[in-house]
Design a protein around this ligand. Structure first.
Ligand SMILES: Nc1nc2c(ncn2[C@@H]2O[C@H](COP(=O)(O)OP(=O)(O)OP(=O)(O)O)[C@@H](O)[C@H]2O)c(=O)[nH]1
Ligand SMILES: [Mg+2]
Length: 453
């Protein structure tokens, strides 16, 4: 595994073995191309093969290896990137046979994550995932390293790659134990923050979805449309047309037009076959979704693979134990799909379903389009952003209960908490205490039940 800089981007040939549906395979190869670019490689061509069962020793057949070697010479490629996961011995054998650097999709994704990790937690998580991946593959990786003349191969996040690669299994295991301890400490800090948020009672909305769906763009647009008062809550997040632009979790406070607030979290995106090591390493980050009151499933509606992407998101949420949390499906980038047949069909269905609903305008082909828990919108143009905020607000506060409270002056914290978390009506300062009419979440009602009059 190597890190690349733009000035010396390496040429890579993508290799894929088709074992299932052809359409899905083509989309996966296209995605692999994007991953290569995100890693700083220059993809120069693809080589594919149909195989019912991959070869034990080299994954692809002998004839294919010879063909691939010629192709790599022709294209001057220095690296072969496999779509399919390679076993440690396949990796090692392919390195020898092809006499070039070889990696699989998992290694590629680990490289991207390593390049992008910024916070302490993400760095620790990525290093731990890379070392676990490396452990059984040391010999193949040494061959990769020697092919690069002993330079440029970095397995650590601190640039001491060559040294790291020379470490034996024992050293790696020792480092993994250190990382585990550091991660436990960081996770402890995260838990403290979660508890603090919970005490404040502000609901948490977690954005999830396939990488590049537009989550960070949506967070920025919501912040721009509904600015919070604190400057730290206005800081925009990084959004870019690349896979895995975001690796670190950001939480921002949003105050909608109703005056109510919620916390919005943006985090690492999902991808098909996200490496097992990474899911494990990022589990505590991804589990943010499990603690949310509401999930925004952000989908790139203009992407032909969106059905597969939605399936991957659904499966990942199930795996994380977050499938019972209420969801709003944000069909983002609908601005790009406005004239497609599918979108028009959605719009027609929508019109048909709405017929006879009094007082609603015809929408026909315009954004946003709202169907049950789905909203077709654009985070980029902002079309649908106000409606999405309304949907979030409605979902979060639908089980709130209207009450009247008399808060004694001795409990000064209660009024403060209610102003931040309840739906406030009138407030009067009387002789016996503060009379407040408001709507409370079941949790807050439980907490302040003794003040209800
Ligand atoms: N046309 C269009 N482009 C969009 C929209 N939303 C986001 N984009 C573009 O899609 C690209 C990816 O957006 P991001 O917000 O970085 O996506 P993300 O889901 O945060 O991606 P990762 O952090 O990489 O997982 C950027 O180039 C955005 O400008 C949209 O509604 N319409
Ligand atoms: Mg992002």
């Amino acid at each position: 595994m190597t890190e690349n800089t733009e000035s010396e981007s390496k040429k890579a040939v993508l290799v894929g073995v088709r074992t299932g549906s052809s359409n899905e395979f083509d989309l996966s190869m296209k995605e692999l191309w994007g991953l290569c670019e995100a890693c700083g490689y220059e993809p120069v061509g693809t080589s594919t093969q149909n195989l019912l069962r991959p070869e034990n020793s080299t994954y692809i057949g002998k004839g294919k290896i010879a063909e691939l070697k010629c192709f790599m010479e022709e294209t001057e490629a220095q690296c072969a990137v496999f779509l399919n996961d390679l076993t440690p011995s396949q990796l090692s054998n392919l390195c020898s046979e092809l006499d070039c650097e070889v990696m699989d999709k998992t290694a590629l994704i680990l490289n991207i994550f390593s390049d992008r990790a910024r916070t302490k937690e993400a760095k620790l998580q990525v290093e731990s995932a890379r070392l676990k991946y490396m452990l059984p593959r040391l010999s193949g990786m040494r061959k990769n390293l020697s092919r690069q003349g002993g330079t440029g191969g970095s397995m650590s996040n601190k640039g001491s790659g060559e040294k790291q690669l020379e470490l034996d299994r024992r050293h790696i295991e020792k480092r993994l134990a250190q990382l585990r301890r550091s991660l436990e400490a960081v996770e402890g800090e995260r838990e403290t923050q979660r508890q603090k948020r919970k005490r404040e009672g502000i609901p948490l909305v977690a954005m999830v979805g396939y990488t590049n769906a537009g989550k960070s763009t949506l967070m920025n647009k919501l912040m721009e449309t509904f600015p919070a008062s604190a400057p730290s809550e206005k800081k925009t997040v990084f959004a870019r047309d690349m896979l895995f632009a975001t690796l670190d979790t950001t939480v921002r406070r949003i105050r909608t037009d109703s005056g109510r607030e919620f916390l919005l979290s943006d985090t690492v995106g999902f991808i098909k076959d996200l490496p097992h090591e990474l899911i494990k390493a990022f589990r505590s980050t991804l589990e943010e979704a499990k603690r949310a009151d509401l999930i925004l499933n952000v989908v790139d509606y203009s992407d032909p693979s969106r059905d597969m992407q939605m399936r991957v998101t659904e499966e990942t949420l199930r795996e994380l134990g977050a499938s019972s949390i209420p969801v709003i499906h944000v069909m983002n980038k609908s601005d790009r799909a406005l004239d497609t047949d599918e979108f028009l069909r959605e719009a027609e269905n929508f019109e048909a379903a709405k017929e006879g609903t009094p007082g609603e305008d015809k929408i026909s082909g315009r954004l946003p389009l709202i169907r049950g828990d789905r909203i077709y919108m654009s985070a980029k143009t902002g079309e649908g952003i106000a409606e999405l905020a309304e949907m979030i607000d409605g979902k979060l506060y639908e089980d709130y209960i209207d009450v009247e409270l008399l808060i004694p002056y001795s409990d000064s914290g209660a009024e403060h908490e209610l102003r931040g978390s309840a739906v406030m009506g009138s407030v009067e300062y009387g002789r016996d205490g503060i009379s407040v009419k408001c709507a409370l979440s079941p949790r807050l009602l439980g907490k302040y039940r003794e003040y209800v009059i």
